[in-house]
Design a protein. Structure first.
Lengths: 242, 282
């Protein structure tokens, strides 16, 4: 079954405050994704990887085309679905993990990680135990668990960000550069955690520049160039040029 | 996902407030297109007009816009602090959403306000009675909703002050002797005293210093998580909106110019005014 079908997706930014300037970020993107698959999105900076991901998450409104997502309750076009449907999907099925951590000040690291878990797990103590296990696994120093992530280093923040995104086991995960600024050991832990999600049925779309991560993590790759798909890998050793 | 079509907690349609004597062109001659909310023919002022939205249970909706855009007017109309000119609002827990609460009798409005809604104002003086103690303020709200037993009322009040991190030993002190952040937390305790399904927050962190602001935001977020209260958060501060809300309405000159998911409004604003707002504040 396809979890995602992207058809003729285009995104144009219309900047009224810059003399109506138009920026074409995505041009007629087409691809499908099977349930349980991990796809790596590659391409230079500015090629449209993050734009594509944000259109799927609806942080960006697509200009045309469709994004058909097979939700647990049936197919939904993420381009046209109303805001409340998207909010429900974000709560229950789709998680987006950006490159940068954005949190409420004064919330301890453990509670930041638990954010998505508190919604389903009412036993806060049990949720916090899960979060601590994950932070330990990711090698975040014990002293930092109750500290506020705003003050953390880049690598520490990234681990908080990844932990928060995967702890509740989303059905569909959008993840942007999960291993950038991590050391080799932590990189491997993150990759293993994502592979573990896949075992439990999660589909993953992952942006990465890191050859090691792509090599170990993804089932196939989609390369973007200037807002268009340059290359789609069908299976591991069969390459089709678009 | 059909539940999303009819599961609203609060439905607002065509909510309009005009000061002065409007004529039939007032609405078509004001708004963002004219960069004004003053009718050129009648000089009447359109504080807000044609406001439509649905709020879902547990949802946090933000309203942003510059001063005078009408954002506070919307919540004040809904909390019966002002009389509407046109339009309606329907609240699910009241008559199962069948009657327009803005057209109910004053007695019924008081019931709705005391049992089904809470309001936190920017200025604690608007929400608290400074002649009463902090505990007395919470008791007032509980008594209005029909509670009589003094022991129960005191227990509930100390429980709420605990939750909002106000030292319980200061329960019998007047809010005038409290810091601004503490007053704001007493006001929040009072607003949620009757477990309302709906809470209005009007610029609640404006004027507080950053550490107190963070504490109040943290409290609001926690209440939302633990109690699942639906909220309407009015603020001109986009970082408050980003931290607290799922969805946002952008207002200008009394009208909604754009509505959408909060991250979409902040990262891919569609309307010229939202683009200006976001680019000037981030």
């Amino acid at each position: 079954m396809n979890i995602l079908e992207v058809n003729d997706l285009s995104k144009v930014f219309h900047l009224y405050i810059l003399n109506n300037k138009k920026i074409e970020a995505l041009k007629k993107i087409n691809f499908t994704m099977k349930e349980g698959e991990i796809i790596g999105l590659t391409g230079k900076s500015g090629s449209g990887k993050s734009s594509l991901m944000k259109c799927i998450y609806r942080t960006y409104l697509a200009s045309s085309g469709e994004i058909i997502y097979a939700s647990a309750a049936g197919k939904i076009d993420l381009v046209k679905a109303n805001d409340h449907v998207i909010i429900e999907l974000r709560k229950n099925e789709i998680t987006y993990c950006s490159q940068f951590l954005s949190v409420i000040p004064r919330v301890p690291a453990v509670d930041v990680v638990c954010e998505n878990l508190f919604r389903v797990e009412k036993d806060k103590k049990a949720a916090r135990e899960m979060a601590k296990d994950m932070l330990e696994n990711l090698g975040l120093p014990f002293e930092l668990w109750d500290a506020f992530p705003v003050t953390f280093s880049g690598g520490e923040q990234q681990r908080i960000n990844v932990a928060r995104a995967i702890i509740a086991g989303p059905r569909f995960l959008l993840i942007d550069e999960p291993t950038a600024s991590l050391d080799q050991r932590t990189k491997d832990v993150v990759i293993d955690l994502i592979l573990n999600l896949k075992k439990n049925g999660t589909s993953v779309l992952c942006i990465s520049h890191d050859e090691y991560t792509l090599e170990r993590l993804v089932d196939r790759r989609i390369a973007l160039f200037q807002g268009e798909i340059e290359q789609v890998e069908i299976e591991t050793d069969q390459i089709e040029t678009n | 996902m059909s539940r999303n079509d009819d599961n609203w907690l609060l439905r607002v349609r065509n909510l309009t407030k005009i000061y002065g004597e409007p004529n039939d062109k007032t609405l078509s001659l004001t708004g963002p297109l004219f960069n004004s909310n003053i009718c050129p023919e009648t000089d009447s002022i359109v504080a807000c007009a044609e406001i439509d939205f649905d709020l879902y249970p547990g949802e946090v909706l933000g309203i942003v816009g510059e001063s005078g855009s009408g954002k506070s007017t919307v919540v004040k109309l809904l909390y019966f602090d002002m009389e509407k000119t046109l339009g309606g609002a329907w609240l699910r827990p009241y008559t199962n959403g069948l009657s327009n609460i803005l057209e109910e009798s004053n007695q019924k409005k008081r019931f709705i306000r005391n049992n089904l809604m809470g309001m936190v104002y920017q200025n604690p003086r608007d929400g608290l009675n400074f002649r009463f103690s902090s505990g007395g303020n919470i008791a007032e709200k509980l008594i209005m909703a029909g509670q009589m037993h003094v022991g129960d009322i005191r227990a509930r009040a100390s429980d709420l002050l605990n939750k909002t991190e106000v030292p319980v030993q200061r329960m019998d002190d007047r809010p005038s002797s409290f810091s601004g952040g503490m007053q704001q937390r007493v006001q929040i305790s009072k607003a949620i005293a009757n477990n309302p399904p709906l809470l209005f927050l009007d610029e609640v962190t404006t004027g507080l210093d950053v550490s107190v602001q963070a504490r109040v935001l943290d409290l609001i977020r926690e209440l939302q998580q633990d109690l699942g209260i639906a909220m309407i958060v009015v603020s001109h501060d986009l970082s408050v909106i980003r931290m607290l809300t799922d969805r946002t309405l952008v207002m200008k000159d009394g009208r909604i110019v754009e509505s959408g998911l909060t991250d979409q409004i902040l990262q891919d604003p569609q309307h010229a005014y939202s683009q200006l707002l976001v680019s000037s504040l981030l």
